[in-house]
Design a protein around this ligand. Sequence first.
Ligand SMILES: [Zn+2]
Length: 455
Amino acid sequence: MGLVLCMLLACIPTASAQFDPERLYAWPGDPIDGHVHMTWAAMTMEVNEWADDHPEIVDLVSAGESELGRALWVVRLSDWSMDTKPNGSSKEIVYIDGGHHGNEYLGTALAWLSAKWYINGWNEGNEEAVRVLQNSELHILIMLNPDGNDIDTRWNINQVDLNRNYDHYWNTCPTTQPGSAAFSEAETAANAAYINEHVTDADLYVTMHTGVWIILYPWGKWPEQPPDWELFWTIRDTVNDGISDIPIQNANQGLYPNCGTSRDYGYGHMGFPTFTFETDDEQFIPGSFENLNERLEEEMDVMRYLIGNVWYWRARLDVQSITVADEMLTLNVANHGLASTANASLEYRSPAGDILWASPYFTANASNATELSFAVDDDVFDEDGTWNMNYQKRVINAATWVNESVNSSVVVFVDDEDDRFLTGVGLFNPVAVMLGLLGVSVLIRPKEQDIGKES
Ligand SMILES: [Zn+2]
């Protein structure tokens, strides 16, 4: 690695890559023209040191190359000794990128700091950092536009605005320099390829810029609120109530109409909850560069909230009970997530996996319980089948579908034949009452018994 780095650095005629690993939050590289600036060469050196020094949590890959052939490093952070969370379930996925615009150093700095904070925290045994890295994967592409960064310009080397070059309503807004076609540029094509291959199941995507101090959620294309407005508003209110006064708005209204952005692509095409995090534009910090963690402390507090709570940024349906009685199925389902879903369905599958019955699509609102009843033919459920919830993680059309099994202990069958038999004996079928009280029993009528009774 040392030799490779020397070769890499020898190719770069820009400022020296001097940095001191002893300073925990020292910005790599020297200031250029008196403002915060990290060269791609210095960053390359630093992220490789992270990977060499902390292989248990840092996995470094390149998403591709810039137009001039510079690697687009992705720092992947997690407790790589475990494929899953400690409880055996899949880790949550977070995607972060910085540096679309080569002259927006503080935004790039926030992406860098988002990696550095968890690396330092892990090494210090910080409880929050350890919990996050045990339960999630953070994929952080710190500098998407190294060519523009090294010549201190917004554009890439082809004079294209990379954050107008994504394949989501590309070039449909008054905009400048969106490129010759969606994904015409190596940087955006590589970013989209990485997203589509490695983080398709992400429940958070934050893209980092510099400008007005604001956080923007979709859409940039339209002034209307996005389908998952509830989720975005909940996050906005929680941040503003206790973490930061930073304004959080729909991008179109908060900034101006913008199309072909990575934020709208991430939400509209991938179905992620996406945010553009704009740090302020006071990039010219006199004096010390050691205090980046303090300089961006409030922004980092917001990032820690978004990352630490990623489990909640989707619908999380949890079936409380399924009761089948008198040709009716009653479903009680809670949503522990903070996103709604509009396309939920309960399925009954045969042991071979065939869907024998599925409910119509229904909506389950965020942080709510929903009770629904469906007319059913009880005979469908005679097999020793399984129950599944099939739904989209969020309301947006592009949201990922999940199919999760339902614990059979919540399923109760009330036998019709017993109802009829007991008519006149009492108001309630004692079997049903008993099962309801126990709440744990499953009674599936054997098929032979039904055939005998019905015929
Ligand atoms: Zn920008």
